[in-house]
Design a protein around this ligand. Structure first.
Ligand code: URA
Ligand code: CA
Length: 433
């Protein structure tokens, strides 16, 4: 088999066979096929697309390029959750504890963040001492004992995807439906879950800006999951503005704690209850989402969700007193309001730009090697549909550097679109696939 022939075949709009897909994934992972040939193939796929069979084959080839985690030592149906990427998305820190408190085992492998804000792993490190380096035996033991553990992803999980994603990132070939779907699903499948709940974002802050495309991506991922015998449900949700109010690591952890106390932002709470409900249904802990929602609301009301977060923090070496008193978490030297010089209704808040403003402040990583400042970030005070008066604060900036604070202030102004006519609040949940 020659890589040249595969490129030409796809370029001409033909289908690649299972053997051909295995050939290039295997060859690329081993370093036997050069970047330039794989780049050409990715661009051909970008234009000519792949059918369902090819997409499923690509997913399986990437799963098999590395380790497949064996979670069979965990009792019960393991249900994983994944978001296609948002700004200020703190759901794992809330959904994980409430779902675990309902008895569904949460065996979560999470990543660190690149760009925007940190990933779940970074956020958890706001609890002094928290460690995500759990050997697999300990990870399984923790899930069996308290239904939840969160570990860092091992380097050998779908290594083909790591290489391909990095290459796509620099060759303008990320936003192809089949490539995104197979990339995300390969990691989920290799992580060993029995069932998967996907949060597919749509809107200005998402990969898929158009709702139709987001539904198509969701369908593609659900089809892959079903094809490999993992029960998969996708919830399509709005990303035309950041989720909740807080963007930044310690700030988001505080927001998660408030949400677990039943005092969180409405949109964040609603999303967590929705995703969690599907997890309970897939995990056989509720007969339908209505029953599941009631269980989860009771868990929040009774404080069992917050208790579970404390257990998780303690089990992984963190200090649970930070949950009781979040003011002990890292705090920055500068806290400044962003004051509106306009009056009107908020029409949109570009989630990307808010994410980039948080990145400038130091809440995210410019490169893989960058250090994150856990204390900095942004808290929004106005969301879509809200009325803003002149002189009123639209946001608060948490910073450790006056120059960066000024840049971020400007970026936040630019991210907000304020108009004269009344604007309706956005519908958060767009649909289920
Ligand atoms: N996230 C992934 O993991 N892969 C993609 O291709 C896009 C988003
Ligand atoms: Ca948030």
């Amino acid at each position: 088999m020659r890589m040249y022939d595969l490129i030409m075949k796809k370029r001409n709009g033909e289908e690649l066979s299972t053997e051909e897909i295995n050939f290039f994934v295997d060859g690329y992972t081993k370093g036997e096929i050069p970047d330039y040939q794989v780049s050409a193939l990715m661009m051909a796929i970008y234009f000519q697309k792949m059918n369902k069979r090819e997409t499923a084959d690509l997913t399986k080839a990437m799963v098999n390029s590395g380790e497949v985690i064996d979670l069979s030592g965990i009792e019960g149906k393991k249900v994983d959750k994944h978001s296609t990427g948002g700004v200020g998305d703190t759901t794992t820190l809330i959904v994980g504890p409430i779902v675990a408190a309902a008895g569904v085992p949460v065996a979560k492998m999470s990543g660190r963040g690149l760009g925007h804000t940190g990933g779940t792993i970074d956020k958890l490190e706001s609890f002094e001492g928290f460690s995500v380096n759990l050997p697999i035996e300990k990870f399984i033991q923790n899930v069996n004992e308290r239904k939840i553990a969160i570990a860092g992803q091992t380097a050998n999980l779908a290594p083909a995807d790591k290489k391909l994603y990095a290459l796509r990132d620099v060759t303008a070939t990320v936003d192809n439906m089949s490539l995104i779907a197979s990339s995300i699903m390969s990691k989920k499948i290799a992580s060993g879950a029995d069932a998967i709940v996907l949060d597919v974002k749509t809107g200005s802050g998402a990969f898929m800006k158009k709702e139709d495309d987001s539904f198509e991506l969701a369908k593609e991922m659900v089809d892959i999951g079903t094809h490999v015998g993992r029960n998969t449900v996708a919830v399509i949700t709005d990303m035309d503005q950041p989720l909740g109010f807080a963007v930044g690591n310690a700030l988001e952890v505080k927001e998660a704690i408030e949400t677990l106390k039943g005092k969180g932002p409405k949109d964040l709470t609603e999303l967590c209850l929705t995703l969690g409900s599907y997890m309970l249904v897939l995990g056989d802990k509720a007969k339908d989402v209505k029953e599941a929602r009631k269980i989860l609301e009771d868990i929040i009301d009774s404080g069992k969700g917050l208790e579970k977060l404390k257990e998780l923090v303690k089990a992984q070496g963190g200090d649970p007193k930070f949950v009781d008193d979040p003011s002990l978490m890292p705090a920055p030297s500068i806290v400044e309001s962003v004051i509106s010089n306009e009056e009107g209704y908020v029409k949109g808040i570009k989630a990307d730009d808010i994410g980039r403003a948080a990145l400038v402040l130091g809440a995210g990583r410019e490169t893989k090697e960058s250090e994150i400042d856990l204390s900095v970030g942004i808290v929004l005070h106005k969301k879509i549909g809200d009325f803003v008066k002149k002189g009123e604060a639209i946001a608060t900036i948490y910073a450790n550097d006056g120059e960066k604070q000024e840049i971020a202030t400007k970026m936040i102004f630019d991210a907000y679109e304020i108009v004269k006519e009344e604007i309706k609040a956005k519908q958060l949940i767009k649909g289920i696939v």
